[in-house]
Design a binder for this molecule. Structure first.
Ligand SMILES: Cc1ncc(COP(=O)(O)O)c(C=O)c1O
Length: 388
């Protein structure tokens, strides 16, 4: 079995599972165009449709409600664009939380700047939760879209999506959910949640990178994302990413089968990690939910006073071969990279600089957790000794 000790950054990306790699190996020789009417072409189309079924099953959707994309960012962009382009003549209000992924925040800003939409930004509570009364307060008669993520990538908070969907439905407002961090970690059922669209990304649940999907409840009168040869119901033209889709289908199948096992595993890892870490460094603090309630159990965002998380992360990597994260992987591309999520929950610059994220995955073992705590403790002592 594939095994990645020292890797504690599963929210950033996951390795492909052995099952996914096996399916991809089998698929290497498939070369027909899925749109071709030849026997081989039809075979490829059937394989895509099976992957579509597995992906749909993972989130309680129907296969025809799934549009394959290149990942979470594209799915988010597409969902927002599709809804807002319909109101371009009468731009109204967009309600969005301040802790969304950059693929949501930037497309919303784009519509504000280019088309005159107004944006109401919802701040989370100190522990990272979006409270439904803040959504109710933000509603205006011209609200065109509410977009809230299901689980936050940095803190792990699981937001009250069902309640927000009820508010959106009662007011006839389109509700998009970024489900990228939730899908494959907690049960997600779009039918129960009654959301209008939801984004998925395969590389967050042991599938390949560069492939994802958008669940779209109603695909009538959609603005095509890519005008082309009619693939994906005419919504996203272009020859399908066959390998990526096969990998995603297999990953979705495995995630559905293993979800409860993974959740139980994360519960154990989380409680062992917290017990051991707080024993060694009692003044460490959890930035996200304290009790693990309404939270991704694999995710811990921590603050350790008097140290720089950047230095800690470097020591962990180079001395102990442990990979952790300072925040969202993509925000590392920016020059000034203080986490907008930690800012949004009101942490001071000092606290943000002392904060880091640990995220476990299916391959994390109890022994890895013990080694990680020891590595953090040793690095902490080094940093304390040099800071005087
Ligand atoms: C919450 C969230 N949304 C969207 C994305 C983007 O997904 P992708 O990397 O597939 O574009 C990420 C990736 O980190 C994420 O964490």
């Amino acid at each position: 079995m594939t095994y990645f000790n020292g890797y504690f950054d599963y929210n950033s990306t996951t390795p492909m599972s052995d099952g996914v790699i096996k399916e991809l190996e089998k698929a290497f020789t498939l070369f027909a165009n899925p749109s071709s009417s030849s026997k081989q072409g039809r075979e490829c189309k059937n394989i895509i449709n099976l992957a579509r079924k597995y992906t749909a099953d993972l989130i309680g959707a129907e296969p025809e409600e799934i549009i394959f994309t290149s990942g979470g960012s594209e799915s988010n962009n597409f969902a927002v664009k599709n809804r807002l382009l319909k109101s371009i003549q009468q731009p109204g209000t967009i309600i969005v939380s301040t802790i969304e992924h950059s693929s949501i925040l930037s497309i919303v800003d784009y519509f504000k700047k280019e088309f005159g939409f107004s944006v109401k930004r919802i701040s989370p509570s100190r522990k990272g939760f979006i409270e439904t009364n803040t959504i109710l307060k933000a509603l205006t008669p011209d609200t065109r879209l509410i977009t809230i993520m299901m689980a936050n990538n940095e803190l792990g908070n699981i937001q009250p999506i069902y309640e927000i969907a009820e508010i959106a439905a009662a007011n006839n407002i389109f509700f998009h959910v970024d489900g990228v961090q939730a899908v494959g970690k907690i049960p997600v059922d779009v039918r129960l949640l009654k959301v209008d669209s939801l984004s998925i990304s395969a590389h967050k649940f042991y599938g390949p990178k560069g492939v994802g999907a958008l669940y779209l409840r109603n695909s009538k009168n959609v603005h095509p994302l890519i005008h082309g040869g009619g693939q994906e119901k005419g919504i996203r033209g272009g020859t399908e990413n066959l390998m990526g889709i096969i990998g995603m289908g297999q990953a979705a199948l495995e995630a559905k089968e293993s979800l409860s096992k993974w959740q139980a595993h994360f519960t154990q890892l989380r409680s062992a990690f917290c017990k051991q870490l707080f024993e060694k460094i009692p003044d460490a603090e959890l930035n996200g939910p304290d009790d693990g309630k309404d939270c991704l159990l694999n995710t811990l965002n921590l603050y350790i006073p008097r140290i720089r998380a950047e230095a800690l992360s470097a020591l962990l990597e180079h001395k102990h071969h442990c990979i952790i994260s300072l925040g969202a992987a993509c925000s590392n591309n920016k020059v000034l990279n203080l986490s907008h999520v930690l800012k949004a929950i009101g942490l001071s610059e000092e606290k943000i600089k002392g904060s880091f994220r640990i995220s476990f995955g299916q391959y994390t073992r109890m022994d890895d957790v013990r080694k990680l705590v020891e590595a953090i403790y040793q690095s902490y002592q080094v940093l304390m000794s040099v800071s005087g």
